[in-house]
Design a protein around this ligand. Sequence first.
Ligand SMILES: *Cc1c(COP(=O)(O)O)cnc(C)c1O
Length: 381
Amino acid sequence: MKIGTKVIHAGLGPDPQTGAVMTPIYQTSTYAQDAPGQHKGFEYARTQNPTRSALERNLAALENGTHAICFSSGLAAMDAVMRLLEPGDEILSTNDLYGGSYRQMVQIHEKYGLKATFIDMQDPSVVANAITENTKMLWLETPTNPMLNILDIQAICNIAKAKNILVAVDNTFASPYLQVPIDLGAQLVVHSATKYLGGHSDVIHGAVVTNQPELAEKLYFLQNAVGAVPGPQDCFLILRGIKTLHLRVERSCQNAATIANFLKDHPKVGKVYYPGFETHPNHEVAKRQMRHFGGMVSFDLLEDSMENAHKVMSNTHYFLLAESLGGVESLIGHPASMTHASIPKEERLKTGLTDTLIRLSVGIEDIEDLIKDLAKALDSF
Ligand SMILES: *Cc1c(COP(=O)(O)O)cnc(C)c1O
């Protein structure tokens, strides 16, 4: 099955009882049993819910895994993956990642004995050299956030495989339409489904996909034992969003390419970070592992002035000034004060994340309107 068919059909089918074409929202907390212990596979809705199971089947198919496990948010999904590790274990992570992921590793899991080390993973040999005997997992996010560097998933997985180390990839920015980490050797894929999978900025949701049944069993245990589960209505919204994933991401990538080129040629714009440029340091890797170059573009102003950056961000009309990404509407954001405020400034600057960096999540509106909007905002100073 190809991806455009998978998003609509994989793991899904008409409701056996009524023929309902859309997966019903099973808004229930519990299920009646015929006799003690005699049930239809459903006992209590933290443990199982048919709407959630339908979404889990669909997500597993989209990411070419065997199992998907859903959570109440992307960070809850990540938390479950962290709990696969033991005190004393080390995790090597990319140093350019979602601020909340950094915060969780450093402020939550380090307290319980996990050691997190953040390195620039663009060069796989740097990853190989940073591995110690206690390294049990590599944590990748690619394209990285917000600098839009690309990590070579396959090369890093080959290094990890030789040393029996798990690789987890946060695939939120690419979505399974652009990149399938399991096909490149990863064992775990994490999503903030809040973003492209949901796609309509109306729900917070997370998921882990794996191709390792033993890991899936541990993750289902954590889903039930910790209890950070999504409600059935939220699962329905993600299922509904996924049905147009391919169309939305396709359009968003086209729009982002046009915008990246517009910004590159604009006299007031400094550096534009976009993996679709041939001059981008990891352009070849992006071409190899991604279908398109994504819907995100980051840029600096030529004059690195906070005041001007503020003017740009306050003067767009269609680009709403907001955190998050991956929705149908375009968003403009200021990573230093918004998504990445939880990362210390020295750490941010190491990756090139200046206080004036602006990040765009390009939506699926008409490109002429988006360009006009940015042109007007850049004229405001
Ligand atoms: C938003 C985001 C998260 C966190 O997901 P939530 O659903 O907000 O908990 C994790 N990783 C990336 C790359 C994100 O963009």
